[in-house]
Write a protein that binds this ligand. Structure first.
Ligand code: NAD
Length: 330
């Protein structure tokens, strides 16, 4: 590593988005250290150094910061899809684990004089009362308050956003915060109970025979938007290099109902699929990314169609289903 090589730390580098970010940073010429409780599940990491460690442990975090980093990406969190976040069974873990990680990483970055840090917040911070009409949700950045997230996961994200912004104000750290809206793509959870709707639908359709029925949580008319992971990474890279210091949505504004998502996956798979709606955790009625601010501040917004991202993701999940070892836990 030459003296001019930039150093990046990726927390949560064994997870879905962190793994993709490592690949991107290495490609851009960074020296990268990843840290996670586990290695990436589906492919080898490309990080130059990968530490298996628990970011809830202050001693571990201190040892990871053996010198300053030019850029830090904080993706580590205790999280999952609706089946993990909305049942209430994991509330204490979600709040305690993610809160502790953020407190440790941020304070250590400050002490080690690493100034530029990215934090991954979530669309789950937006108030439930603005997301009751599936056809007209409001997720503009300034609508976050008065706060009323619909999950403890969202409350922890909101607390941590404020924590990061406080360090930005009081300690002069270059804090950048994005609110991700449903990121999906290859090499993400698809069968471990933490998968999100796009991966779950791709799996169900990939495992179904032509003419089969699949189960859908809720009435199917709840709406969401989904962003392909490459666009998420592009947005984060642009944000961290920008001067914009407020929170910003990184998401797609191509809203679709859950039934519509199933139809899209079935069409891509070339299968006739019927839907059976069953009760299950669904979250808010409607959610869509509002991309006015990102366009104004970064001069960029995601543009890839949902169809193109789902096609790539479906192909990958189909290949995983075909391996026969796919049902093994982490
Ligand atoms: P992920 O679960 O795949 O990755 C998170 C990683 O953090 C995991 O690999 C996990 O092992 C690691 N981790 C958890 N606790 C840890 C600990 N104590 N010490 C070290 N590592 C620990 O999730 P993801 O989809 O890659 O999401 C990354 C970030 O983006 C998260 O903060 C998430 O809340 C946020 N986000 C994601 C989405 C999305 O749609 N994927 C949407 C909104 C926000």
């Amino acid at each position: 590593m030459s003296e001019t090589t930039k150093r990046a730390l990726v927390c949560g580098a064994g997870g879905f988005i962190g793994h993709h970010m490592v690949k991107r940073l290495v490609k851009e010429g960074f020296w990268v250290r990843g840290v996670d409780l586990k290695y990436p599940r589906f492919n080898d990491t490309q990080a130059h150094d990968f530490v298996i460690g628990d970011l809830r442990d202050q001693g571990v975090v201190w040892s990871i910061f053996d010198q300053g980093f030019d850029e830090i990406y904080q993706f580590a969190a205790d999280m999952g899809g609706a089946g993990y976040i909305f049942t209430g069974e994991h509330d204490a873990d979600v709040m305690h684990n993610s809160g502790t990680i953020n407190l440790n990483v941020l304070e250590t970055a400050r002490r080690r004089n690493s100034k530029r840090i990215f934090y991954s917040s979530s669309a789950c911070i937006y108030p439930a009362y603005n997301q009751e009409d599936p056809n007209n949700p409001n997720c503009a950045e300034e609508s976050a308050y008065p706060a009323a997230p619909d999950s403890e996961y969202g409350w922890e994200k909101l607390f941590s956003e404020r924590l990061y912004f406080s360090y930005g104000r009081n300690y002069g750290m270059q804090v950048r915060v994005a609110r991700f809206h449903n990121i999906f793509g290859p090499e993400g959870s698809w069968n471990d109970g933490k998968e999100k709707a796009p991966a779950a639908m791709c799996r169900k359709v990939a495992m179904a025979k032509d003419g089969d029925e699949i189960e859908i949580w809720g009435g199917g008319d709840q709406t969401r938007s989904f962003l392909y992971v490459d666009e998420c990474i592009e947005g984060v890279r642009r944000l961290i290099q920008s001067d914009w210091t407020g929170p910003v949505n990184i998401g797609s504004d191509e809203m679709i109902s859950i039934d519509g998502l199933v139809d899209l996956v079935a069409e891509i798979a070339g299968k006739r699929i019927t839907k059976r709606h069953i009760s299950g955790p669904t979250g808010v009625r409607g959610r869509n990314s509002d991309n006015k601010l990102i366009e104004r501040k970064l001069g960029w917004r995601p543009t890839q169609s949902l169809r193109s991202g789902i096609a790539k993701t479906y192909d990958w999940i189909k290949s995983q289903v075909g391996t026969g070892v796919a049902a093994l836990p982490d």
